[in-house]
Structure formats: C-alpha cells, structure tokens
Write a protein that binds this ligand. Structure first.
Ligand SMILES: Cc1cc2nc3c(=O)[nH]c(=O)nc-3n(C[C@H](O)[C@H](O)[C@H](O)COP(=O)(O)OP(=O)(O)OC[C@H]3O[C@@H](n4cnc5c(N)ncnc54)[C@H](O)[C@@H]3O)c2cc1C
Length: 293
C-alpha cells in the first residue's frame, strides 16, 4: 500500500532541520524510516503534513568518547553500532543489543536513536540503554536538554521528546573495572531473532566481591520498557551468589505491570522474565567478577 501524500524536505544542517521541524505543526523527523515508513504505508497513522529527512545532516553522524562516556550521534545505524570498535569495547551491552535488532537489511538503514524515540516496548536498544543508565540529548530552537533514560520512555511508543525537539545524541557510560552486563531475550522468531516477546538486560557493579549497584531492564512484558527496581535492589550488598540471583529473579516479574498480548499471557511473560532474568544476571555477575580490580 502507498502512504497518503505528504510534503518532504531534506536539510543538510541541524539548524535547518530544526527550522523545518518547527515551521509546520505536526511535522515529523524521518531517520532510517524502518518504523515510520511501514506505519505510513499501512496507513496505521495519519501522514504528517511534512517529513523532515535528517539523513543528510552531517553534524548528526559519528561516535565520540569522553573519559567517562561514549556519545553516539543520531544517525548511527544499528549495523554500525553492532560493529563499532569503540562501542564493542566500551559499551558491549549496547553493541550486542544492536546486533540482535531485526535482520541485516533493517539494521543497515534503521538508526539506534530512531529506535529510542520510537520507544517500542519490545525494542532491544531501549532495553540496553535503560540498563546502562544512558541519557538522551535533545535539541530544540530554545536549546539543549539531557533526558535520563529512566524518564525518557514514557509509555509504549511514547518518549519524553517534545514535538519541537530532535534527539541529537545518546550518551552512555563506558564500562569500568568491576562492572558486568548480560542481555537475553526470546524473540518473536525464536532465539534472539525479532522483537522481544520478553528481554532482560542487566548491568552490575561489584567491589571487593559484593554488588554495589545494579540495574535490570525488561522489555516486551509490559506496556513499556521498564526497570525492575526492587529486584535490582535485592542484589545490593550480596556476593552475587546463585541464591542472591534467585531472590532477585523471584522479584523481577512483580516489579512489572505485565500485559497479555498476541505473544502470550501475563503468566507466560512472568515465566519468561524468570528464565531470562536469571540468565542475564548470571552473565552480568560472572563478567563483573572477572573484570574486578
Ligand atoms: C521488519 C522489521 C523488524 C524489526 N525487528 C526489530 C527487532 O528485532 N528489535 C528491535 O529492537 N527493533 C526492531 N525493528 C524496529 C526498528 O528497527 C527500529 O524501530 C527502527 O530502526 C527505528 O529507527 P529509524 O531510524 O528507522 O526511525 P524512523 O522510522 O525514521 O523513525 C521512528 C520514529 O522516531 C522519530 N525519530 C527518529 N529519529 C529521530 C530523531 N533523531 N529525533 C526526533 N525524532 C526522531 C520519527 O519521527 C518516528 O516517529 C524492526 C523493524 C522492522 C521494519
């Protein structure tokens, strides 16, 4: 099916993109088009009056590092994120999540930041960024603001970005000694393939054999990608043993408002959280122990 007609512009600078976005009420950004174009073609959403294609804005491409963080600019595709040497070394959880998105074709065109704005509750990268404690950097004609991942995902398919803002960068902390990560999901096409029926990303920090900080993000099981706060808290101060993991795993599904959908009942999602949280936490703690001071 073809989408209804809309106007289109392809600016080459960020200022021009912002001017275009704010020139027309209801205008929308087009990045890789892998979520927006299927919705338009299937006429599941009304066409915006103007699409602002940011693919040619050179200021929005690339990856850079500071001492503490990796900064991903908005045009980085899933495929680039999956094989980028800096991300692979400093933020392997994110690189892994990107490598599990969709298929090769979609990964070549779709962008990491587009997936974050799209805020699909079954998204691999939303889950990873939430577990990593990343932050989104949004630009509007009035300036720049940082939005922590914890408050960025407002609801299913709804982010905290305002209609006059462009997500220009994602900032994620670099892995440090004593930190470990794990990511596991059951995809709709089985194994790690396709949107998460349920996915769990875990980030753990350990010092002197004890867990000092933890984050557990869960995708697919609720209305939006969510942190399992109480489950993560039960790990703090423990030695990360199987018993400590079992206690966190028992809590994890209670932290989420589970939803039944075409992929399964709430009880099935709870069972998947149980299985995948155990796997993700076991991986994360084993890596944290190996990479301790
Ligand atoms: C066949 C298929 C399979 C898929 N499988 C998976 C999967 O297994 N796992 C998974 O996680 N995802 C999957 N996806 C989802 C998809 O890969 C991402 O949602 C997609 O790549 C989003 O990025 P994009 O650059 O294509 O965004 P677009 O489609 O261009 O935009 C998406 C939305 O975000 C807005 N937007 C984009 N960038 C910005 C910006 N910088 N600032 C402000 N607004 C912005 C747009 O206006 C639009 O509303 C799949 C998609 C397809 C088509």
């Amino acid at each position: 099916m073809y989408p209804s007609p809309f106007d289109y512009t392809a600016p080459t600078t960020l200022n021009d993109a912002l001017a275009a976005l704010t020139s027309t009420v209801g205008a929308k950004i087009l990045a890789g088009g892998q979520s927006l174009l299927p919705l338009l073609k299937q006429r599941l959403i009304a066409p915006p009056p103007l699409l602002v294609d940011i693919a040619h804005v050179a200021d929005l491409a690339g990856v850079r590092e500071t001492e503490r963080d990796v900064i991903v600019k908005t045009l980085l595709t899933h495929a680039e994120s999956a094989k980028h040497p800096t991300l692979g070394h400093a933020v392997p959880l994110l690189a892994t999540a990107s490598s599990w998105v969709a298929d090769r074709q979609v990964r070549q065109r779709g962008t990491l930041c587009g997936a974050l704005v799209n805020a699909d509750p079954a998204s691999d990268e939303c889950c990873a960024v939430l577990a990593l404690g990343g932050a989104m950097i949004a630009r509007s004609p009035h300036g720049t603001r940082d939005i922590p991942a914890e408050v960025f995902f407002v609801d299913g398919h709804r982010s905290a970005l305002q209609p006059n803002e462009i997500l220009v960068e994602l900032r994620v902390p670099k892995r440090r000694p004593g930190e470990g990560w794990g990511y596991e999901k059951l995809g709709v096409r089985g194994g790690h393939s396709g949107w998460a029926i349920t996915g769990v990303a875990a980030w753990i920090s350990m010092c002197s054999g004890h867990v000092t900080a933890a984050r557990i993000a869960i995708s697919g099981a609720g209305r939006m990608t969510t942190l399992a706060h109480t489950a993560a808290h039960t790990l703090i101060g423990t030695d990360g043993s199987d018993t400590a993991i079992a206690e966190a795993v028992d809590q994890a599904s209670k932290d989420i408002d589970l939803v039944a959908d075409m992929n399964g009942s709430a009880a099935y999602k709870a069972q998947l959280i149980h299985v995948y949280a155990r796997r993700a936490l076991t991986e994360a703690i084993s890596r944290a122990k190996k990479e301790s001071y």
